[in-house]
Design a protein around this ligand. Structure first.
Ligand code: ADP
Ligand code: MG
Length: 579
């Protein structure tokens, strides 16, 4: 074959594939054009996932009549004049490729009018060529209608699985553009149904509420930090508002929705110690970087950006989010309680085992095994030095509703949920024992036989080692029976068969994973902890408070519920009319 320059039409279709992967990329490009045109109201409508039609209407500046055909030429843009501008991009578009690519891949009709024009202009394109242009009646602004997308590129259509999946991506795209531009009023209709409607009132929280729901947005914590290398702001979820995946994390660099690994990790890092492993926060985080320090020209769809000083971006985001979380924490003023500056692997508070032993002895007079030696903690950051937490200075006063412990402490009154608090203490204690492979084991006087389902039997293969490292010693006995030979000391009064069954069910459901031991620990801790409704002696409550104080994460139980609430002196003062 001889080398030839491709015909323009073929080249255009190849290039179209790069910019517009799927209907959502068309929606993104069109909305970005509207935003660049200064629109305050943007309406988006799609049918059949955008494959049948996409229509974007804006009240932006419009295109002058004589420039309309030019807008569809490749590398035709009003946003960039010289190569120097590439290092200082202030608009969302600049490549001059979107309209050309879209026109190469679909039938397009554009109606536009500038404020100064007498009437609007309509232009229709087929296969990238203008087939009709005429005057039309319409107000200022631009409407683009895209029909039969990818009908000219059947190979691309094959990769698109379902209209509903495309609708979901369109929704996700508009969600993010709407959150990034709270001053603009967005409406999204898919197949005739309104999916999203923002007010455009400029409130970040309102825009986030339209996307994530009012209740969630209301409880989210405001981030705003201008002290790091780069300004960072936005809204982040409380630790309780977590998800099983990263879909709740939205990152924006210079108002552009981006994927960026380091910035994403920075957000997750900020939640360290506040979320269980395998859980992810909800966060809408904006980072502003001088245009010269960010390269958005990495990928045709501009979803990826390259930052000149990634480390600065990382620490700006990590610190800003962390600070906001600490400030919003109910007992946040406990300096050092959650702070990263706490030594990574301090020995356990000496009082921990002692005071806690008294709580357990009180519950059941069984012989105590030799206490574990204060260990060099392999699980960095699970323990704190004594006295670091304000909770260590609590004076327990009594119990309310046999469920909550009331205490006097630094700057106010503290309420402790006895079950969640105990659960949290036992959970971290189990994880420490796990890390050291040093479980506290209580052998059964007689082995306890239990029968298993086939799924539980299957799960036993891998689960057995996990259970043993927590002190749950089990032994297969025949085809569908198991002997429980020992349990963790803390679980000695718990129905061992139930505990094992629950753990195996969990292994069976989750499959192999790095965090199977976490759910096992959570389940053992939950079963072993004192219940709500159980009367406690003062001594027991004090022991629990002290044990709680020596943990890094006392504010939340493994399920993410709070363990401690502080009612500050100020709040009390206001309630009693003293302030
Ligand atoms: P780019 O956005 O990279 O400049 P596009 O192909 O997306 O390239 O658009 C080409 C040009 O068409 C833009 O530079 C702009 O001048 C004009 N344009 C496109 N959409 C609109 C719109 N909704 N309102 C006003 N002008 C528009
Ligand atoms: Mg554009």
């Amino acid at each position: 074959m001889t080398i030839r320059v491709l015909p323009a039409g073929v080249a255009a279709r190849i290039a179209a594939g790069e910019v517009i992967e799927r209907p959502a990329s068309v929606v993104k490009e069109l909305i970005e054009n509207s935003l660049d045109a200064g629109a305050r109201v943007i309406g988006v409508e799609t049918r059949h996932g955008g494959l049948a039609s996409i229509r974007v209407t804006d009240d932006g500046c419009g295109i002058p009549e004589n420039e309309v055909p030019l807008a569809f030429e490749r590398h035709a843009t009003s946003k960039l004049a010289a190569v120097e501008d590439l290092t200082n991009i202030g608009t969302l578009g600049f490549r001059g490729e979107a309209l050309a690519s879209i026109a190469a891949a679909a039938s397009v009709r554009l109606t536009t009018r500038t404020a100064a024009a007498e009437s609007a202009t309509t232009v229709e394109l087929e296969g990238g060529q203008v087939v009709r242009q005429s005057a039309a009646g319409a107000g200022p602004g631009t409407t683009i209608e895209v029909e039969a997308l990818f009908s000219t590129i059947p190979a691309r259509l094959k990769f698109i699985r379902s209209a509903s999946a495309e609708t979901a991506r369109v929704r996700q795209t508009v969600d993010h553009l709407a959150m990034a531009h709270p001053h603009v009023q967005f409406t999204l209709k898919t197949d005739g149904r309104v999916q999203l409607a923002t007010s455009g009132n400029g409130s970040q929280r309102d825009a986030v509420a339209a996307v994530h729901g009012a209740e969630l947005a209301q409880a989210m914590i405001e981030v705003g930090s201008w002290t790091g290398a780069y300004p960072v702001w936005g809204l982040v979820g409380t630790p309780e508002q977590n998800r099983a995946n990263r879909t709740g994390i939205s990152l924006f660099v210079n108002s552009r929705w981006v994927q960026h690994r380091a910035v994403g990790v920075a957000v997750e890092e900020a939640y360290r110690g506040l979320l269980m492993e395998g859980r992810f926060p909800i966060a809408v985080v904006f980072l502003d970087v001088p245009p010269g320090e960010v390269d958005v020209n990495v990928h045709p769809n501009k979803r990826e950006v390259r930052l000149s000083h990634e480390g600065d971006a990382f620490s700006s985001v990590q610190r800003a989010v962390r600070e906001a979380l600490l400030a919003a924490s109910p007992i946040a003023e406990g300096e050092g309680l959650l702070s990263q500056s706490a030594p990574a692997a301090p020995p356990l508070a000496p009082s921990f085992e002692m005071t806690f032993a008294s709580l357990e002895r009180e519950q059941a007079p069984l012989p105590e095994p030799a206490p574990v030696a204060p260990e060099a903690d392999a699980h960095a950051g699970l323990a704190l030095p004594p006295g670091a937490s304000p909770l260590s200075r609590l004076r327990v006063l009594g119990q309310v509703a046999n469920t909550y412990i009331v205490a006097d402490g630094p700057d106010g009154m503290y309420l402790i949920d006895q079950h969640s608090a105990h659960e949290s203490v036992l959970y971290y204690r189990l994880l420490r024992q796990w890390a050291n492979s040093a479980p506290e084991v209580q052998p059964m006087l007689e082995p306890l036989p239990m029968s298993l389902t086939p799924q539980q039997m299957d799960a036993l293969g891998e689960g057995r080692a996990v259970l043993e490292r927590f002190g749950l010693l089990v032994e297969p006995f025949g085809d569908d029976t198991l002997l429980v030979r020992a349990v963790p000391v803390m679980a000695r009064r718990v129905d061992a068969a139930k505990l094992v069954a629950e753990a195996l069910d969990d292994f069976a459901a989750k499959g192999r994973g790095a965090d199977t031991h976490l759910s096992a620990a959570a389940s053992i801790a939950c079963h072993s902890a004192v219940r709500a409704g159980q009367t406690l002696e003062l001594q027991e409550m004090t022991a629990l408070g002290e044990a709680l104080a020596s943990e890094l994460t006392p504010q939340h139980c493994p399920h993410g519920r709070p363990t401690v609430i502080r009612v500050s002196k100020d709040v009390l003062g206001r309630q009693f009319g003293r302030l």
